[in-house]
Every structure is written in C-alpha cells, then in structure tokens.
Design a protein around this ligand. Structure first.
Ligand SMILES: NC(=O)c1ccc[n+]([C@@H]2O[C@H](COP(=O)([O-])OP(=O)(O)OC[C@H]3O[C@@H](n4cnc5c(N)ncnc54)[C@H](OP(=O)(O)O)[C@@H]3O)[C@@H](O)[C@H]2O)c1
Length: 323
C-alpha cells in the first residue's frame, strides 16, 4: 500500500510517499481502507517538532529522539472495513467507520489497523467520509475541555482562536449547551465565527483581548497567544480556564495560579474516548455540530496540506482525500 512516511523531523519535504506492507489485522483488530484522513496541528507539530514552549525535549522522548518512531503520521480516518481479526464481532467487512488514533497515528496511508475496541465507531450513510475524518480531533478536544470546565447554560464563555479546528468546535458545542459565546479571531473570520453561533466576536487586530477584563465564567485559550497570567485576567473570580495550547511553564504554574481567586485551571491533553467519538457523531447527526473544512487535498499532496496547517491560518480542518 501507499503511505506518507515522515523520514525525519523538519520541513514538509521530509514527507515522502512510499510503498509499504499492507497491515494484517491481529485477532482483536480491524483494518480500515482509508477514504479520508486529515492533517492536524498535532501532525504539523510532530513533523516539525514545533512544540509549545518548553516541550521540545519531552516531545523527542515521546515521539522519537532523531526522527518520529511512528513514521506514518495522521490521527483521524474515515473509510470502510477491509478485514477483521478472528475475535472481532462488532464490525464486519464493508462497514463504514471513522476512527481516532492520536496516540498511535498511522492514518496517512491507504490502510489503517486499529483495535476494534479502540476509538472507532460505525458511520451512518448520511455522513460523507471527508466530514467524518474531520470530526475527532477538534470535536473530541472540545468535548473534553468543555466537560472539564463544566460549561453550562447561560455562562459567558470566551474562546480564543475561535476559527481553528478546536476553537470552531468549542464555539458550536458551547453554543449548543446554551452558553453565551464570545469568539476571538482576525478580521477575516469575524462573520464566520458569528455564523458558528458566537453571540459576540472580538477582532484581535482591532481590540486588545485583555481590555475585555475579568468578565468571563470560562476562558478557553486554544492558540497560546496569551500566557496563563494573561488568560486569568479574563476570568471572573470563581470561574474556570482551559489552557489548551500552553507552554510547560503554564502547565506547572496552573497548579498554583488562580487559587487566590478560586479559579480552576484545566491543562493537559484531551482524553481519547470512544464515547466522545459517539457523542460528536450524534451532535453532527442532530446538526448541533458540523466540522468546519478549510480545504481538501489529494493524498499525494499531504506535504502541501502540512504547509497549510503550519501557517496557523487554517479555518477548521484540513482534510485529505485518499483514493
Ligand atoms: N491539549 C490538547 O489535548 C490539544 C488537543 C488538540 C490541539 N491542541 C493544540 O491546540 C492548538 C489549536 O489547535 P487547532 O488545530 O485548533 O489550531 P488551528 O486550527 O491550526 O488554529 C488556526 C486558527 O488559529 C487562529 N489564530 C491564530 N492566531 C490567533 C490569535 N492570536 N488569536 C486568535 N486566533 C488566532 C487563526 O485564525 P486567524 O487567521 O483569524 O487569526 C486560525 O483560524 C494547537 O496548538 C494544538 O497543538 C491541544
């Protein structure tokens, strides 16, 4: 099968198309024929090793010292079950599915193996593969941080980076939960963020976000443009903050900062839960959520898709059509 192999850390040229062995499912696995995948900000970060401040060394230890240990990047797929392991009963050959494998990756290929009990869910006919591939990364990250910050009806929620993959999902789902969302983005995306359900939109090129003051019940920082101290200036006493793209020092300081004002700070990595995959699918079917698609690239052009992602200007998700 064809796969895009990341031959070392570096610019998108390190990504090369190669012929490699097609996976054979272990007893508890299925193999998916990939129809669509995505290039996420996670793929760009691992390929380039451009990590939030302070995470460089840790990233090499996690992903590989001199080059990625898993050379096939990509964490999301949608496609059809090609083969099933002998003990698998939940899926059959030909089933439409979508899956998230952020820890193992390996989705930038024509076939992807995954445990049948992992983050993989049947996909109804009404949702096309490109849409399904764009559901997990932003959608489940949004669900995780909305759950951890316990956003509820009527609360004022500020989303910094409202036009990104994670931000656009938070805006839509927080709005669905009945929160009053204020989105922060550039001039070009003001109308778009409003269309996602934000009650107010702040154009950061015209207004300093910090001038908003500590009026929000919850602040979701998805960009890393504000550090922890700045983010906390926007939260009311007793509120919550989620630092989704923060540096190492923010992670450490999160244990102490905000305590005097009873602000709960949520940091860390979103969990990978199959229940979240089911929930994001249900929200999509009920039209409470729709993953925003920035652009769709053919499989061979994954290096170009990486370029688009690393510019950090994409609106929603960059999808890759396979085959
Ligand atoms: N903690 C976790 O578990 C977790 C999970 C997933 C992702 N992440 C991290 O979360 C971050 C966001 O990921 P993503 O995929 O959503 O990013 P993304 O889609 O690449 O974000 C791009 C968007 O960011 C906006 N942006 C850039 N600078 C901004 C600023 N100063 N203020 C407001 N918006 C700005 C851009 O809009 P404009 O062009 O309008 O500026 C663009 O639409 C990444 O750093 C990623 O590594 C963390």
């Amino acid at each position: 099968m064809k796969a895009i192999v990341c031959t070392s850390y570096g610019s998108p040229e390190v990504l090369q198309i190669r012929e490699i062995r097609k996976p054979v499912p272990a007893a508890d696995e299925i193999v998916i024929r990939v129809h669509a995948t995505t290039v996420t900000s996670g793929d760009w970060r691992i390929r380039s090793l451009e990590m939030p401040r302070g995470f460089g060394l840790m990233a090499r230890m996690m992903f590989g010292i001199v080059k990625p240990r898993q050379p096939i990047l990509g964490s999301e797929v949608a496609g059809k079950v090609e083969s099933v392991g002998e003990s698998v009963t939940a899926f059959q050959i030909g089933d439409r599915v979508f899956a998230f494998d952020g820890a193992k990756m390996g989705c930038h290929a024509e076939f992807k193996s995954i445990k049948a009990t992992g983050c993989v869910v049947s996909l109804p006919d009404e949702i096309d593969f490109e849409t399904a591939a764009a559901l997990p990364f932003g959608g489940t990250t949004a669900l995780h941080f909305l759950r951890k910050t316990a956003v509820s009806e009527g609360e004022n929620v500020l989303v910094i980076g409202a036009s990104g993959s994670v931000g656009s999902a938070i805006v839509q789902i927080a709005n669905h939960l009945g929160a009053k969302v204020t989105g922060v983005c550039s001039s070009a995306n003001v109308g778009f963020v409003r269309s996602l359900g934000a009650a107010h939109v702040i154009d950061y090129s015209k207004q300093d976000v910090l001038s908003l003051g500590s009026q929000f019940d919850v602040v979701m920082e998805t960009v890393g443009s504000l550090n922890l101290s700045q983010t906390l200036k926007l939260v009311r006493d007793g509120g919550r903050a989620a630092i989704i793209a923060g540096g190492l020092s923010d992670m450490i300081l999160a244990m102490f900062k905000g305590k005097s004002r009873r602000i709960r700070v949520v940091v860390g990595t979103a969990e990978e839960r199959v229940d979240d995959l089911r929930e994001i699918l249900n929200l999509t079917i009920s039209q409470a959520f729709h993953p925003v698609i920035d652009s769709i690239y053919p499989f061979e052009e994954i290096p170009k898709a990486h370029l688009r992602v690393q510019q950090r200007r994409k609106v929603g998700n960059v999808v890759v059509s396979v085959g």
